[in-house]
Design a protein around this ligand. Structure first.
Ligand SMILES: [Zn+2]
Ligand SMILES: [Zn+2]
Length: 418
């Protein structure tokens, strides 16, 4: 695949629009059954189009095997618009900032609207329906109409759910044993199943009734959707429904969630971590690196006409300073088994040396002095060493000198740092 290069000037987050959910979706979920004759039901929450579930066979949607199929989204048409617990504050803000008679934004906080001279309506919080206007709960279908009239931008109305994206099968796998599926279901699948069932009930009622007349049934659907998306937001649903069911919010938040647990991983290439200790003989600009760390970490240097002779000398003398050679065609040569003739344009991957510059970091990195550049000094022993005066910005305490782990040294391209 070929991508044209472009300059990124910013990132903008906005609610996922119904149109784009439907475009991404591969199947519409209507069936409230999971299985039909021992097989995943068509149009159900385990529809095979949503991605492959076992290690055997191929995905019905993309024809790839278990390792390659990324999973595919489906969608569920909601019988009536519903609030998305994560976007309610956004909706409230927009409603508060506009006159709800003539739909123009207010410029100043006044009792009356400048444009239509009518008194502003009072927008407040509501326990079940999140928002109330003049002490009357605002149903999501009414909120959607208001937002469409306000027409702040096209995205404001997307903050209210009309179509619910159904996550791929691999996001909510059935617990398996020995490769064969067992009919247990993930929490998300169970909550989604309740949404599908409630939605079908609401659909039946809405044939003959208006949403305002069946608020009790709508309330239940809203509660299940809250439990699915962001349980903690709605206090009334917290007590009724088993508090152990995980919601999408739980998967993302907290220490073990996707963001802190998976994305902000602490390990990466060209780093080492270990215990730090004090050393009064170190300069403040230096960091002591144990020999075995210096032998493992490498720095890549380009070969040009000014250094080619020096590196060739090192190879001929077998000085062990270089670990690998990267040729112009990208092939790596291990110097333990090769003795190549260097050429300009190749690269050497050499071990750390005294005088290199490395970045030294101790977590938690609370301010910019938690990561600083130091000259490398290779020392015997197994710990990193610092001058005592340098311990304050890192908050590395020397009362218990060998109890401060979480140290990372990162070596960047040397020329750019100097
Ligand atoms: Zn697939
Ligand atoms: Zn007005």
């Amino acid at each position: 695949m070929y991508f044209k290069s472009a300059n990124v000037t910013g990132l903008k987050f906005e609610p996922w629009s119904a149109e784009s959910i439907i475009n991404t979706s591969v199947v519409e979920i209507k069936n409230s059954k999971l299985y039909d004759n021992q097989k995943p039901a068509k149009g159900g929450l385990r529809d095979p189009m949503l991605g492959i579930t076992s290690r055997r066979g191929h995905c019905e949607c993309c024809q790839q095997n278990w390792f390659k199929c990324p999973g595919h989204f489906g969608h569920l048409h909601l019988a009536t618009p519903m609030y998305h617990a994560g976007w309610v504050q956004h909706v409230t803000k927009i409603l508060k900032a506009h006159c709800l008679h003539c739909y123009t934004p207010h410029k100043q906080k006044k009792k009356k609207c400048d444009a239509c001279l009518q008194e502003h309506k009072l927008v407040q919080k509501h326990d079940v329906w999140f928002i109330q206007i003049n002490k009357k709960p605002l149903l999501p279908c009414e909120a959607l109409k208001l937002l469409e009239k306000i027409q702040l931008n096209n995205t404001a109305a997307h903050a209210i759910l009309t179509v619910l994206p159904i996550p791929p099968n691999c996001v909510r796998p059935s617990p398996t044993m020995g490769g064969d599926e067992i009919r247990g279901e993930d929490d998300l699948t169970r909550t989604l199943l309740r949404i599908v069932r409630m939605n079908n009930t609401v659909k039946k009622h809405l044939v003959s009734q208006t949403p305002q007349k069946i608020t009790n049934i709508l309330k239940k659907l809203q509660e299940v959707i809250n439990v699915y998306i962001y349980r903690a937001r709605n206090s009334s649903s917290r007590s009724k429904i088993n508090s152990k069911t995980t919601c999408i919010g739980d998967r993302l938040r907290h220490k073990t969630g996707r963001l802190r647990g998976t994305l902000m991983g602490k390990r990466c290439n060209f780093t080492a971590r270990g215990v730090v200790g004090p050393d009064s003989r170190m300069g403040m600009h230096e960091v002591g690196i144990p020999q075995y760390v210096a032998d493992t970490l490498t720095i890549t240097e380009n070969i040009h006409k000014f250094n080619i002779d020096k590196w060739q000398d090192d190879i001929n003398k077998k000085s062990n300073a270089i670990k690998f050679i990267v040729r112009a065609d990208g092939k790596r040569l291990d110097l333990r088994y090769n003795k190549p003739q260097l050429q300009i344009g190749w690269k050497v991957e050499r071990k750390l040396q005294n005088g290199d510059i490395g970045l030294f970091n101790r977590q938690p990195s609370l301010h910019k002095m938690s990561i600083m550049a130091h000259y490398v000094k290779i020392l015997p022993g197994k710990t990193f060493r610092l001058n005592l005066s340098c311990t304050t910005p890192y908050n590395a305490d020397c009362k218990y000198p060998f109890l401060s782990p979480f140290l990372i040294i990162r070596v960047y391209k040397q020329t750019s740092k100097r």
